[in-house]
Design a binder for this molecule. Sequence first.
Ligand code: AP5
Ligand code: MG
Length: 221
Amino acid sequence: MKKQLLIFGAPGVGKGTQAKLIADKLEIAHISTGDILREAVSKETEMGKLAKVIMEKGELVPDNIMIGIVRDTLKEDKCSNGYILDGFPRTVKQAEMLDEILKELNSNDICLINIEVDNKLIIQRLSNRKMCTNCGSILSIDAIEEPERCPKCKAVGKLIKRKDDEVEVIKNRLEIYHNLTEPVLSYYKKKSIKIISVDGSKTIGDVNLTILRELKGYYNI
Ligand code: AP5
Ligand code: MG
């Protein structure tokens, strides 16, 4: 069975952190719609210029743009062995369109990983997050021993704070998550898909072990 995973949860629950680990372990593609948009912003494409303003406010990029990105990406060769989709779907409309895309691809078997963390811890984590623009690592400032040096790839001067990680923007993202994205979970609960729910307040390693244990029961891995 082709591995088609969705990783779901509020901003800062650890979707990107876990998606990278799972993608490496299962040898599948990690497709992060946030990363795709941030790349477009840094390349200053037309879509990037539009997305930049929206993302800095913590709002959602229009559904039609996101659906187009995902439709094109899932047809790429890198997804042929399976993928983990991180940050999509984020509205019920996006979830409905994903169903259509999967029908077009003749593969509608999906598994959703739902990570849960309370808002207080989320705000703390996102306020402490850094990203390495050289290797793409997601870091917490506690894990950075030498200021300015990425502990993973060792590059110097490439660590940045995301503009949407300011407290006021984080609060806006959480509100939008509650209003527009949480209903996506109810949408999937009504369908007969596999849903793995995990407490994301545990350590990165523990969360990962729990997810992999559940996935083993579902896929032959
Ligand atoms: P996106 O990039 O998807 O951001 P997000 O959903 O807000 O989530 P984050 O990336 O902030 O958090 P995460 O859950 O990945 O946590 P992470 O692993 O980094 O989207 C950004 C923007 O793009 C959106 O606001 C929107 O504008 C736009 N967009 C994207 N997709 C869209 C769509 N489909 N439709 C419309 N618009 C879209 O971890 C966070 C921190 O916690 C890190 O420092 C990490 O080291 C740490 N950490 C992680 N796990 C643990 C742990 N277990 N213990 C301790 N620390 C941990
Ligand atoms: Mg992320």
